[in-house]
Design a protein around this ligand. Structure first.
Ligand SMILES: Cc1ncc(COP(=O)(O)O)c(C=O)c1O
Length: 359
């Protein structure tokens, strides 16, 4: 600890991202990346951006990308205007601005006890009071538990790291009784079979939905995320962004993201493949005496009926397969969070588990 640090920095507990190992030939199932690379249209768009124009700043407002996202959802009959779209450097940055813009109040922010572990970190950074609400015994969010005074509500849907989806009717129920604070639904994994809350945006002015291009759009390395909501909420985010970094979306990110929204066929094809691999993997894990929570994400949360979660994680690692394990809270310690990879990676995982479990 340096004497030069401010009190704020001294008291931070930073988020620990999943490992990005430097070793090759690992079966990497630990950070929920897509096993399929971006489509060829995206690659071509990125190559075209490697040009003399890089000497110029990008558009600080990412107008073309916002227009493309609004058009994309409008084509799906979710009628959105560009002024209902905010874009940022990964949905993590969008979430950071969201916490600063909406959640610092006298009343606490509410989120589940088992959820995205970045949320308490943002609270620490911005001095936001929070209360965690326990998931029920099935690891589900019960929205009735959120019917209490609050300075905001946030949770991922599907939840992370459980993968468990919450039906849209439940979110609408929450929005009906919770009208005085902002409700953020973090839909980083929504495209893998969870119902999106985007269709509620025009009915509920306090609803903000965040999305990521890192998962279903295979662009974790490009760092693009966005939020959709009422223009008034979007304006607040723009105010924070323009007080922080005017150019969060660089020229590559804007071009690549636009190209991704223009290639719906590739997006559909790869998400369908991940969903099919997930179903097959769950079946194989059940046969090996695992219990698997229902998943609407590109990962699953599974525990073995008799084996210890930390030990299994290490044993898989010894066989060059990396997954994610969370020690806390205690009730998730038996679980393994496994990213859905290719069918070949699933086969490798199941073969390794067969050996570890002496099948
Ligand atoms: C629930 C949830 N939200 C948001 C993110 C951030 O994604 P990104 O910043 O890559 O868009 C993640 C990443 O793992 C996540 O798990």
């Amino acid at each position: 600890m340096s004497k030069f640090w401010s009190d704020v920095v001294r008291n931070l507990t930073p988020y620990v991202p999943g490992e990005q190992p430097k070793v090759e030939n690992l079966v990497k199932l630990n950070t929920n990346e897509n096993p399929y690379g971006p489509g060829s249209q995206v690659i071509r768009a990125l190559q075209a951006e490697a040009a003399e124009t890089l000497r110029l700043y990008p558009d600080p407002n990412s107008e073309q990308l916002k227009a493309k996202i609004a058009e994309y959802f409008s084509q799906k009959h979710f009628d959105l205007k560009p002024n209902q779209v905010f874009v940022g450097n990964g949905s993590d940055e969008v979430l950071a601005h969201t916490f600063q813009a909406f959640f610092k109040h006298d009343r606490p922010l509410l989120f589940p006890d088992i959820s995205y572990s970045f949320y308490p970190v943002y609270c620490g950074l911005y001095g936001i009071e929070f209360e965690t609400i326990a998931l029920n015994s099935h690891f589900e969010i019960d929205v009735n538990d959120y019917d209490r005074p609050n300075g905001g509500v946030i949770f991922p849907n599907p939840n992370a790291p459980t993968g468990v989806p919450l039906p849209l009717v439940e979110i609408e129920k929450l929005l009906k009784f919770n009208t005085e604070s902002v409700v953020v639904i973090d839909e980083a994994y929504v495209d893998f079979g969870t119902e999106s809350a985007v269709k509620l945006i025009n009915a509920y002015p306090n609803l903000l939905v965040t999305h990521s291009l890192s998962k279903a759009r295979s662009l974790a390395g490009l760092r693009v995320g966005y939020a959709l909501g009422n223009p008034d909420l979007i304006e607040a985010l723009i105010r924070v962004k323009d007080s922080f970094n005017s150019y969060p979306i660089d020229r590559f990110a804007e071009a690549g993201a636009i190209a991704s929204f223009e290639d719906e066929a590739y997006f559909k094809e790869t998400t369908a493949k991940v969903i099919a691999t997930r179903a097959a993997l769950i079946k194989d894990l059940l046969a090996l005496d695992f219990e698997v929570l229902p998943s609407g994400a590109n990962f699953i949360f599974a525990k073995h009926k008799t084996r210890n979660g930390a030990e299994l994680t290490q044993q898989l690692r010894d066989k060059s397969i990396i997954i994610r394990h969370f020690k806390k809270p205690a009730r998730i310690a038996p679980y393994l969070r496994i990213t859905i990879g290719t069918d070949t990676q699933s086969t490798q995982l199941i073969a390794a588990l067969n050996e570890i479990l002496n099948r």
